[in-house]
Design a protein around this ligand. Structure first.
Ligand SMILES: [Zn+2]
Length: 56
């Protein structure tokens, strides 16, 4: 399982990516708490980069 943190400063919720497809994944994920979207790149279960989107 891959864990990333929500990039929203007021949220910072841990987002669990339980699906094995996220082990190698590049694309958008959405925080279930605040709805913020971010683009992440995960390689071999390791977060390589994450970038937030302005606006919700
Ligand atoms: Zn959030």
């Amino acid at each position: 399982m891959v864990h990333i943190f929500c990039l929203d400063e007021n949220c910072r919720r841990v987002i669990h990516l339980g699906n094995h497809k996220h082990w190698n994944f590049k694309g958008k994920v959405k925080c279930l708490k605040c709805g913020a979207e971010m683009e992440v790149e995960i390689k071999n279960g390791e977060l390589r980069s994450s970038r937030g989107f302005k606006g919700k």
